[in-house]
Design a protein around this ligand. Structure first.
Ligand code: MTE
Ligand code: MO
Length: 164
């Protein structure tokens, strides 16, 4: 019986370690001015449509693959497409990272009905999970002259709006 318990402990410990190593336990929180907060796990992302784009960081080019931010916002019930008019034009997305880095986008600049250069949440680079230095998720903003809004170590999306 003791041996059996030890075995069970071992199985759980190795499952836990494996989840840590491949980042399967990682998640993104979507909160703020939405009907109800949403948590998106790495495995949820895996089932969604991905795009691949090159990010140029000071002359160094890297291929990132991920899910358009718009798709993630749709899961949280955020306005997209034709709904983007009137009061929705002064709503924003705040992207927060675990190192305290914060960047802001208006909903319009993330929407495929307004731009062909959609920002996306990358979960892999050059076909591999992101290294710990930038992962588990990195926002990639194609087409900007400086990569300052391509925030790495992203943990949370917070929705807000301009108040008079
Ligand atoms: N979380 C987080 N993301 C960040 C930054 C940061 O300090 N923290 N720096 C930005 C800046 S100023 C640059 S130039 C790039 C650097 O990306 P690299 O680490 O791939 O070279 O990341 C951007 N994303
Ligand atoms: Mo930078």
């Amino acid at each position: 019986m003791k041996l059996f318990k030890l075995f069970i402990c071992f199985v759980f410990a190795s499952l836990f370690l494996e989840a840590q190593q491949d980042g399967n336990g990682s998640f993104l929180k979507i909160s703020g001015e939405i009907p109800k907060p949403v948590t998106i796990y790495r495995k949820d992302l895996a089932g969604m449509k991905h795009i691949t784009r090159t990010l140029n960081v000071h002359g160094k080019e890297q291929q990132y693959t991920g899910v358009p931010v718009q798709e993630l916002l749709t899961l949280a019930g955020v306005a997209t497409g034709k709904q983007l008019r009137g009061a929705n034009l002064s709503k924003y997305l705040l992207v927060k990272s675990s190192d305290g880095y914060k960047v802001i986008f208006s909903l319009v600049e993330l929407d495929s009905s307004f731009t062909d250069r959609q920002a996306f949440l990358a979960d892999s680079m050059e076909g591999k999970p992101l290294p710990d230095s930038v992962g588990p998720f990195r926002l990639v903003v194609p087409g900007e002259k400086k990569p300052v809004r391509s925030a790495y170590k992203v943990t949370e999306f917070v929705l807000g709006s301009y108040k008079e």
